[in-house]
Design a binder for this molecule. Structure first.
Ligand SMILES: [Zn+2]
Ligand SMILES: [Zn+2]
Length: 499
């Protein structure tokens, strides 16, 4: 592929702390690794954000023209998996297999496109052993009692990603220092077998890999010794990614192991800003069931990936309102796209079509600037306001159909192909958003009453009116209104709905 046609992109590289233009090792090709979940349980919403951020990168790199090879692993050997296996009295393999399948279901429900390869640790033991042998041969690891430890004193670049002060860390680690270690920060590449734990034969005796070595081994197996992009949560920067650099560069002698390190921020949980119903939604499965896959995508991707997301009622309600705006506009645009007069477009629509072109450029600029999805969406909302204004002023005029089609294309292609939102049929999407809205417990910060309480108050209102106590009847209606309930009196009785 001709690399000249690929759109220039800037990425914030954690290794340098700077926003840099993306230049891949091989023109036109892009290799990317993302640290996947440890499969000891259902994945939580933090894992879902990680999967969605990587998916946005993946979709975008492909869209701008790269031939992308994307690897996302499953960690299927780990202390937490062994603990769960012992609790459930089943094998570690059974635990890992079960929760890998469950994670796959959640990723699929969230519309996450499959990576090129989804390797697991247990199917890469020979590669892991070979990599450790290379590190030992280079004098950067040593063996003590069946354990292989990485010697950080032999790797001068240790700390370059996280910017940690290594001397300070060493001083802190001296408490309870492991006598076997040459440096208190030396970490395990291979651990000797313990009874009741999965283990494999190795040149150092039976044992299992340490956590960090797997990503170095799987990355080099599928992508080569040096890669373009490595992604993970900001919590992985130290020690996991720092150790990956030490291992990979220690084995290959080539630097950098990764050209661009991309880290996304956490989802923060502030119990005070969360209604009771949100307090239980910690698992991706619960989030996807209570809301939807598209809802999860908007929730996770409408905020810049390097900014934390506050998991609160405000953020949830904001997601709901935003998706509603997009689909209401799309629905109106679909109607307009069918009709309108023919002939030379009216001035209002000519202006709108020009605004579409401008919005398209702004959206393109925003994504190319370190995936600034928030700015891209802001450009879309400006355009939607413009569309609504034009639709009121010049409904049915010539040019309406073309303007409407442009708006739909921007929603579905310029935004939708990258974020994976706005792609559904509007009537069905709005119906599903209505379902989510009806279940929301709060309105304006006040806990929404549930159906049983509303029915009871409405019965009380009927009784008050029959007793000619109209003041009381009115008061009930006003109170419910303040709590987010609309009451409609009709010939066949009173109906109510959530605002
Ligand atoms: Zn990693
Ligand atoms: Zn990893």
């Amino acid at each position: 592929m001709n690399s000249a046609i690929i759109r220039p992109i800037k990425l914030t590289n954690s290794l340098t702390g700077k926003k840099e233009p993306l230049e891949t090792i091989q023109p036109g090709k892009l290799t990317m690794y993302s640290c996947g979940p440890t499969v000891y349980s259902f994945i939580h919403i933090g894992n879902l954000r990680a999967g969605l951020v990587a998916d946005m990168f993946h979709r975008y790199f492909k869209r701008v023209g790269y031939d992308v090879t994307f690897v996302r692993n499953y960690t299927d050997v780990d202390d937490k998996i062994i603990k769960r296996a012992n609790e459930e009295k089943i094998s570690s393999e059974a635990v890992a297999q079960k929760y890998t399948q469950e994670a796959e279901k959640d990723f699929t429900a969230a519309g996450i496109q499959d990576p090129t390869v989804k390797p697991t640790v247990t199917t890469h033991i020979p590669e892991i052993i070979q990599l450790i042998e290379r590190i030992i041969k280079n004098g950067k690891a040593y063996v003590v009692d069946g354990e292989v430890l990485f010697a950080i004193n032999k790797f001068p670049g240790y700390g370059k990603l996280s910017g940690k002060n290594i001397e300070e860390l060493q001083a802190g680690a001296r408490v309870g220092v492991n006598e076997k270690k040459q440096n208190p920060l030396d970490f395990s590449l291979w651990k000797p077998a313990k009874p009741g734990e999965p283990s494999w034969e190795s040149p150092w005796g039976k044992g299992r890999p340490g956590w960090h070595i797997e990503c170095s081994a799987m990355s080099s197996r599928w992508l080569g010794d040096q890669i373009d992009v490595h992604h993970g949560g900001e919590d992985l920067s130290f020690p996991h990614h720092e150790n990956e650099i030490a291992q990979s560069e220690g084995a290959s002698g080539k630097a950098p192991f990764v050209k661009y390190w991309l880290h996304h921020a956490f989802i923060t949980m502030s119990q005070t800003k969360m209604s009771k119903s949100l307090g239980n939604v910690f698992l991706a499965r619960d989030f996807l069931t209570q809301f939807s896959g598209e809802f999860a995508r908007y929730f996770a991707l409408s905020v810049h990936y390097r900014s934390p997301i506050d998991f609160s009622d405000d953020t949830i309600d904001n997601t709901l309102i935003s998706l509603q705006r997009i689909y209401e506009a799309k629905q109106k645009a679909a109607e307009f796209a069918q009709g309108g007069a023919s002939g030379t477009p009216a001035q209002a629509w000519t202006d709108f079509i020009a605004a579409c072109q401008k919005a398209r450029e702004q959206i393109d600029e925003a994504f190319a600037n370190d995936f600034n999805s928030a700015e891209a969406l802001a450009a879309l909302y400006t355009l939607i306001r413009d569309f609504n204004r034009t639709a009121t002023a010049a409904a049915g005029a010539a040019g309406a159909a073309q303007g409407a089609r442009e708006l739909v294309a921007i929603i579905e292609k310029d935004i939708g192909e990258i974020l994976g939102v706005g792609l559904n049929e509007p009537a069905a999407a709005l119906k599903d958003l209505g379902r989510i809205r009806a279940a929301r417990p709060v309105a304006g910060g006040v806990e929404k009453p549930q159906a049983a309480e509303i029915e009871k108050l409405l019965a009380e209102r009927v009784a008050a009116r029959q007793a000619k106590d109209f003041a009381r009847g009115d008061q009930i209606r006003k109170d419910l209104d303040a709590r987010g309930i609309v009451i409609k009196d009709g010939p066949s009785g009173t109906t109510w709905s959530y605002k």
